[in-house]
Design a protein around this ligand. Structure first.
Ligand code: URA
Length: 441
């Protein structure tokens, strides 16, 4: 078998799309890439061929399986006889999307066990691990034993992908990030699912984002991705469903690594923004149903609300902070006080109804120091934004729209310019679109 022949088969001729690959061909490429016999340039060409020609549902399942088998999988049930149900949620990424942080403790209060293997900021989107690391001492580099023992004790743990888990995705993802091949439905499906199956979940709920600040801009593409994720997960023996949710403007009032931890505390104290709470409850309810802890979505929502109201979810979150090396008392004491000294404000340039572009906000946040331009960049814990006015609000000229915090004075100035460019004003109230567009089961 020759890599070049497989690339040509998937590439097609230009006027004609490439053909469906055999299991042996996909295995040959993935295994060869992991063992070093297939070089980066051939894998890059293959990924671009998939980007343009796509993959069938069957090919996507085979690719996911090959990537999963490239490394170890975590068996949580082998840890001191721990019992499930193990249920996780995965978001395809957005701006201000901190839902995993309030959701994991809420789901744990309901009796689910959540083995959450998360990622870092990617492109314009934020990453759960970067946010957690803004808590002094919080350790996301857990080994399998530590991961399992924290789940056994508190109900959930949050860790990053290790070198042993899905090494094929680690290598392929790094290549996709720099070869313009991220936004491909089969490649995203295989990347996400190989990791989620490896972490040991029995059931998976997907939050598939759609809109300006999402990887999938159109509802059609987002729906196709959602159904690929759900169907492929089900074909691998996992219970699964997805919500298609809007990501045109940032979620919540706070964007930034520590600022999103702070907003998580507000959610768990019962003062969270309506959009963040809606997603937390709706996704939590689906997790509860799949894990057998709620009769239906309505029952699940009630249980999630009760977990917040009683204070039990806040307690769980603080227990987890302690379990993973942070100091819960310090975290609570700095709430509302911890701010970067490099601060400015953006005021309304004119009267009108405000629109906030999530993609442009995410890019401006990279300039502030929230995210990275290249993999070796260090993120800043305290950079970010606090919105005073949000999408759809009417603002008067000169009114404060947001507080802006930078890593240093240069990053503050360039981030602020980017944020000003993310705002627009209109005399007509923008349509109040629904946050949850569809459910895919
Ligand atoms: N997140 C992932 O883990 N992989 C992708 O391909 C896209 C988002």
């Amino acid at each position: 078998m020759r890599a070049a022949d497989i690339i040509i088969k998937k590439r097609g001729t230009g006027s004609e799309k490439g053909k469906e690959l055999l299991k042996e061909e996909i295995e040959f490429l993935v295994n060869g890439y992991v063992d070093g016999s297939i070089p980066d340039y051939q894998m890059s060409a293959f990924l671009m061929a998939v980007y343009f020609s796509g993959m069938t549902f069957e090919e996507t399942g085979i690719l996911t399986g090959c990537m999963l088998n490239s490394g170890e999988t975590i068996n949580l049930r082998s840890f001191n006889g721990m019992e499930g149900p193990f249920v996780d949620k995965h978001s395809t990424g957005g701006v201000g999307d901190k839902i995993s942080l309030p959701l994991a403790p809420v789901a744990a209060v309901l009796g689910l066990r959540i083995p959450m293997m998360s990622g870092r900021g990617l492109g314009h989107t934020g990453g759960t691990l970067d946010k957690l690391e803004s808590i002094e001492g919080y350790n996301v580099n857990l080994d399998e034993k530590q991961f399992a023992s924290i789940i056994a004790r508190t109900g959930f743990a949050m860790m990053g992908q290790t070198d042993k888990i899905v090494p094929a995705d680690k290598k392929m993802y790094a290549l996709r990030d720099v070869t313009g091949t991220v936004e491909s439905i089969p490649l995203i499906t295989a990347s996400i699912l190989s990791k989620k199956v490896a972490e040991g979940s029995d059931a998976l709920v997907f939050d598939v984002k759609c809109g300006k600040g999402a990887f999938m801009k159109s509802e059609d593409d987002a729906e196709k991705l959602a159904s690929f994720l759900v169907k492929t997960a089900q074909s691998m023996g996992k219970k699964s469903c997805a919500l298609l949710t809007r990501m045109d403007s940032p979620l919540g009032f706070k964007v930034g690594n520590y600022l999103e931890i702070e907003e998580t505390l507000e959610c768990l104290q019962g003062n969270g923004p309506a959009d963040v709470m809606e997603l937390t409850y709706e996704l939590g309810a689906r997790m509860a149903v799949l894990g057998g802890k709620a009769l239906d979505t309505e029952d699940g929502i009630k249980k999630c609300m009760a977990a917040i109201k009683s204070g039990a979810a806040l307690q769980k979150f603080l227990e987890n902070v302690k379990d993973q090396g942070g100091d819960p008392e310090k975290l609570m004491a700095e709430q509302g006080k911890r701010r970067s000294k490099f601060k400015d404000e953006i005021t309304a340039a004119q009267d009108g109804f405000l629109s906030v572009d999530a993609y442009k906000t995410g890019i401006a946040c990279i300039s502030l120091g929230v995210g990275r331009n290249k993999a070796s960049d260090k993120v800043d814990a305290d950079a970010g934004i606090i919105f005073h006015k949000r999408q759809g609000d009417f603002v008067k000229k000169g009114e404060t729209i947001m507080e802006v915090y930078g890593k240093n004075s240069e990053s503050l100035a360039s981030g602020k310019a980017g944020l000003e460019n993310a705002l627009s004003f209109s005399s007509e109230k923008p349509e109040n679109k629904k946050l949850i567009l569809k459910e895919i089961i």
